[in-house]
Ligand binder design. Structure first.
Ligand code: 5GP
Ligand code: MN
Length: 350
């Protein structure tokens, strides 16, 4: 048995909103990942089985490897179909925001979301949720929105509506947000839920292979190049930095998703407690950080790199050049050393 969410009042209100709604829009965040796509697609399947008219919208394109998630290719990409996406939001009876905590995480869709008359629901696991939803089920202690969704569905007594496809969607998000259950996985309920999803027919080995072990040759070479030539390790400071310029990305025919997981690699080095990856985009730098223990990369991203996120996984968008972002990161090493020293031996401490 999994423990209940203890959100009875909110679940009742959510139940009421869903019962009163015919057209339901599910929204995921910009650059949708396995958890955003998995949670929205799973909820869509369940709601459709309840006879609802459901549309899923993402602010931009899904990465190719997530095209495998059941139904993902049918979602509306708001970058390609901005008017249709706006119309769907305006016409919705209910809007469910999944795997993001604030309208600022959905780019150009923020404005039509705020204007929409439909009641809004938030189902998410990021810290500091903005106050914009009628029902806000925000559980930052949970490792993925998919895990939270499973508990929400059980709370709504909709477990029997989770079919094999929905189970695969949920498992995808649980797996991708925990690095295949290698971090944020201390809650034993996670494994109970995985067992339930497997009983429903979800195949973790196949999903693992599709999400973690399927790469183009260009992608493998780009990641190898980045580690060989572009990784700076600051052992004294417990830090590592990888930068990739537009020119370097183009050289390896970069496509979205190719550098997924790269930021985690330097954490394998015993002295490294936090890692930063900077990727040059058009007009800004995408920042990605990961850490171990209690080193707060979300604070670092929030204070200096225009973003935020979780304690151990955060990101942001830096409005300057790649060199400026890298210099800023290096200039902060000394200040961060204090935090790092608090983390010393984090890898060996039990
Ligand atoms: P990633 O490094 O995989 O892009 O993002 C890791 C986590 O950092 C995400 O789950 C999200 O919580 C957070 N994050 C990434 N980019 C941004 C950003 O631009 N703004 C904010 N507020 N959070 C971000
Ligand atoms: Mn997530």
């Amino acid at each position: 048995m999994i423990t209940s969410l203890n959100e009875d009042r909110k679940l009742k209100r959510l139940h009421r909103i869903l019962s009163d709604s015919e057209r339901i829009v599910l929204l995921g965040h910009s650059a949708p990942d396995g958890d955003a796509i998995g949670s929205t697609m799973a909820f869509r399947i369940v709601l459709e089985r309840l006879g609802k008219d459901v549309h899923v919208i993402y602010p931009d394109m899904i990465p190719p490897q997530l095209g495998m998630v059941p139904g993902a290719k049918d979602a509306t990409d708001a970058t390609r179909y901005p008017d249709f996406a706006r119309q769907l939001l305006a016409d919705a009876d209910a809007i469910v925001c999944m795997d993001f905590n604030a309208p600022s995480r959905i780019g150009a869709l923020a404005e039509p979301l705020e204007k929409a008359k439909a009641p809004k629901v938030l189902i998410d696991h990021h810290l500091n949720p903005a106050d914009f939803a009628e029902v806000s089920i925000s559980r930052p202690e949970m490792s993925s929105t998919c895990f939270l969704l499973f508990k929400v569905l059980c709370g709504l007594e909709l477990f029997t509506f989770i079919d094999k496809s929905a189970a695969e969607c949920i498992l995808t998000g649980m797996m991708t947000d925990t690095g295949n259950f290698t971090y944020n996985t201390t809650d034993p309920d996670i494994h109970v839920v995985v067992a339930e999803l497997m009983k429903l027919g979800a195949d973790p080995q196949r999903i693992y292979r599709e999400q973690f072990e399927t790469h183009s040759d260009n992608c493998l070479r780009l990641n190898s190049y980045a580690l060989l030539n572009k990784m700076e390790v600051f052992k004294e400071d417990g830090a590592a930095l990888i930068t990739l310029s537009r020119e370097e990305l183009n050289r390896f025919h970069y496509v979205k998703g190719d550098t997924e997981g790269l930021v985690n690699k330097p954490l394998a080095i015993p002295e490294v407690v936090y890692s930063c990856f900077l990727r040059e985009e058009d007009g800004y730098v995408k920042v990605s950080m990961r850490s171990l223990g209690s080193f707060p990369v979300n604070e670092l991203c929030h204070e200096h790199f225009g973003g935020g996120g979780h304690l151990n996984a955060a990101g942001g968008e830096f409005p300057g050049t790649l060199d400026e972002a890298a210099s800023l990161f290096r200039s902060l090493l000394a200040t961060n050393r204090r935090l790092y020293l608090g983390q010393h031996n984090v890898k060996t401490k039990k």
